[in-house]
Design a protein around this ligand. Structure first.
Ligand SMILES: Cc1ncc(COP(=O)(O)O)c(C=O)c1O
Length: 432
């Protein structure tokens, strides 16, 4: 027999990182391993799982769909599951967002939003409006365009030559304020930089892309709502499109269905993925306002959006998304999120007092603590030690360098979440 191919794991260095843990099944918040361990998935398997692993309602919906229609090309065709999803989502998104474009993952949702913004201005005969503004500490995915709008990091370092130029402006990282102010007394002066940029280059700028209220991979940085509101107002004033990358924040993560809802902000384009299928199948949608879409509805064929992926609008993924949204309708999902949020707030208020902890942050179902480290950042030497410590105690947490965060499926029980925090406290006392 030939030697089986070896799996090249993502974000993994086979020379430095431990061998992968073999999972044989999962249920609720637990991963069951081949060697008989039970691990709490406190990161929702890269932030995708909402209602628990192997959720029976979502599994059944996928099985049922697979018996009926597994896939059909979406160019020139449509199907029930996609139409149902469009209807179900319209209940949650604000009325100004009128169209949805399907694709496969968070990165492609971002690529599409950026391309739509640029082609929108091309189609309305303003081709000079094509530059993009993005925030410091932003992360929008690993494909070339998504890497371009993401901030510099060890992830993007080898690909400098492949990234197109963007305007990079301050984010509202209050713990490490880019202009040295204190949140208690500031007036969001960090937004003055983007204001000056838009005032100077509004004729050239097509869009601003943000992770609304929470910059995730950049270190779980929570922004004041006023920062997002200010950016919305500036974009409107200078006729620049606002792209909200809600790939992580969507579907309840911040306590409302979308982070933009918390700030009463409506973007022109919105990227959704990760939790959209409840964590079962890869899919994303890019939502657009009528204004953006109408520039593509034209008698000139060159105004068409020539973009599509083979599995666009896949019926199985749509069925999973519909089942997940039904769970939002029928079960107390927002009560579960509120209960998680209470535990984050309580445990983090104590953790903040530990001398090893520099800052704590939380929003909705996400809690984070920034540990004091000599080498802060993703490559901090603390990261592998913490990861290993947590795993040995049966908890899956993947610190972002010296930032430990907890982002569990919504079905986690209070005592399970308390256990996760107990392990974090133990790790800090042992390792720092
Ligand atoms: C805000 C944000 N945008 C985009 C992405 C990329 O999503 P994907 O990994 O599905 O391509 C991520 C992934 O973590 C993300 O957090």
């Amino acid at each position: 027999m030939s030697t089986p191919l070896r799996i090249w794991h993502p974000f993994t260095n086979a020379a430095l990182d431990p061998a992968p843990v073999h999972v044989v099944r999962a249920e609720g918040v637990f991963l069951h391993t081949a060697d008989g361990r039970k691990i709490i998935d406190a990161v929702s398997s890269w932030w995708v799982n909402l209602h628990g692993h192997a959720n029976p309602r979502i599994s059944a919906a996928i099985a049922e769909q697979a018996r009926t229609l597994e896939h059909v090309i979406l160019a020139g065709f449509t199907h029930d599951a996609a139409e149902e999803l469009a209807t179900r989502l319209s209940k949650w998104v604000l009325g100004e967002l009128t169209h949805l474009f399907f694709s496969d993952d968070g990165s492609t949702a971002v690529e599409i939003a950026l391309k739509l913004a640029v082609q929108h201005f091309q189609n309305v005969s303003r081709p000079e409006k094509r530059e993009i503004v993005a925030l410091a500490h932003g992360y929008h995915g690993d494909t070339a365009g998504a890497m371009s709008v993401s901030d510099d990091s060890p992830f993007t370092e080898p690909f400098r030559s492949m990234r197109y130029p963007v305007h990079r402006v301050h984010s509202a990282y209050c713990h490490r304020c880019p202009i040295g102010l204190k949140r208690e007394t500031c007036h969001i002066e960090c937004a003055q930089q983007i204001e000056a940029l838009l005032a100077e280059r509004d004729e050239r700028i097509a869009a601003v892309i943000v992770e609304p209220l929470l910059q995730a991979a950049g270190g779980m940085i929570v922004h004041p709502v006023e920062f997002l509101q200010k950016i919305r107002a500036l974009c409107t004033h200078y006729d620049v499109l606002l792209i909200a990358d809600e790939v992580l924040t969507g579907f309840g993560r911040t306590g409302k269905m979308f982070a933009c809802d918390l700030a009463n902000v409506v973007p022109d384009l919105m990227c959704l993925s990760k939790g959209i299928t409840g964590g079962f199948l890869p899919m994303c949608v890019t939502l657009s306002s009528d204004r953006v879409e109408s520039a593509f509805r034209s008698k000139d064929r060159r105004h068409t959006f020539y973009h599509g992926h083979s599995y666009t609008g896949n019926p199985l993924a749509c069925a999973a998304a519909n089942a997940s949204l039904k769970i939002f309708d029928d079960e107390p999902v927002f009560d579960r999120i509120a209960s998680i949020a209470r535990i984050h707030a309580e445990r983090l208020s104590y953790l903040r007092e530990m001398h090893q902890v520099g800052d704590t942050r939380h929003i909705g179902s996400i809690g984070a603590l920034e540990l004091c480290a000599e080498d802060p950042g993703y490559l901090s030497a603390l990261r592998p030690k913490l990861y290993d410590f947590f795993l040995r105690r049966g908890v899956l947490l993947r610190p972002l360098g010296n930032v430990v965060y907890v982002l569990p499926p919504y079905v986690i029980e209070p005592e399970e979440l308390q256990r996760v925090y107990d392990v974090i406290v133990e790790a800090i006392e042992t390792l720092l």
